[in-house]
Design a binder for this molecule. Structure first.
Ligand code: COA
Length: 261
């Protein structure tokens, strides 16, 4: 049953593929979906065999239409802060994943759906889809990290334009402003997502984790502290077998076979 399984998790080798599975509601974020997602993310975060996490939407029309507005309408005002904490916590959990995360945006991403994409490390988008932080048009604000992550990603001026005007960007516009890395036709989005997955899996999984940590943990530090933090992240990689394997593979003119240890 769809409502019993609002999120699907498929493990494909070292990849954990998550699918938001409420297509009849355009994969809107219900409380049940957010709770299930947070449980899954907690499991994945601690799983060394998971090298990469991907997120996509079922049904092809929307990646995620944001907060479940029908559910929200039935909610007493006192419950809203609790749900806000849940959605904020969810986006923070995604951003805090130690593994790289890839949003395969096979349909529209609005409101919380766009915030979810922003919390991922990488984003690819179907050309028919639109994106935007549309909350102000609904009398609320992006409250799951959107007001923080969008300015950091695109700069304050562009973020103000998009959030204050509640702009719905076409895929071409999303690409142009740098909200996504690549756009392709909807029929090709799984293949494009797979190309990103393959490229990521060619790199050392521990190196990917360390590089993500080095960037996330350093970028708002003063330069000297940031550089020290980068070195700390590098130090974790030095004793790994994967580093030695890559050096051997280079000498032997072959591709390295990483094991994540
Ligand atoms: N919450 C709850 N239900 C939603 C929803 C949301 N955020 N977005 C869409 N739905 C529901 C619709 O109410 C509709 O349900 P119904 O069949 O019972 O009427 C169903 O999903 C299909 O929606 P529809 O608008 O007909 O689909 P579409 O493919 O033409 O358009 C969107 C998809 C995403 C462009 C459009 O639904 C939309 O703009 N949604 C709101 C997006 C938004 O502003 N989110 C910000 C939330 S803070």
């Amino acid at each position: 049953m769809t409502e019993a399984q609002p999120v699907l998790l498929e493990r494909r080798g070292h990849v954990a593929a998550l699918t938001l599975n409420r297509p009849e509601s355009r994969n809107a974020l219900s409380v049940a979906m957010m709770r299930q997602l947070r449980e899954i993310l907690q499991e994945l975060r601690d799983d060394a065999s998971v090298w990469l996490v991907t997120l996509t939407g079922a049904g092809g029309k929307a990646f995620c239409a944001g907060a479940d507005l029908k559910e929200r309408r039935t909610m007493p005002e006192q419950q809203v802060p609790e749900v806000l904490a849940l959605i904020r916590g969810l986006m923070d959990d995604i951003a805090a994943l130690p593994q790289p995360s890839l949003a395969i945006l096979n349909g529209h991403a609005f409101g919380g759906g766009c915030e979810m994409a922003l919390a991922c490390d990488l984003r690819v988008l179907a050309s028919e889809a639109m994106m935007g932080l549309t909350e102000t048009s609904l009398g609320i604000i992006p409250g799951a990290g959107g007001c923080v992550r969008l300015p950091r990603l695109l700069g304050l001026a562009k973020a103000k334009e998009l959030i204050l005007l509640a702009k719905r960007l076409s895929a071409a516009e999303a690409l142009q402003v740098g909200l996504v890395h690549e756009v392709c036709q909807g029929t090709e989005i799984d293949a494009l997502g797979q190309a990103y997955i393959d490229a990521l899996l060619r790199n050392g999984p521990l190196a990917l984790r360390a590089a993500k940590r080095a960037m996330e943990g350093s970028w708002d530090l003063p330069a000297a502290d940031a550089l020290r933090f980068e070195t700390e992240c590098y130090m974790q990689i030095i004793p790994t077998q994967d580093r030695l394997e890559a050096l051997a593979a280079f000498a032997e003119k072959r591709a390295p076979v990483f094991k994540g240890c």
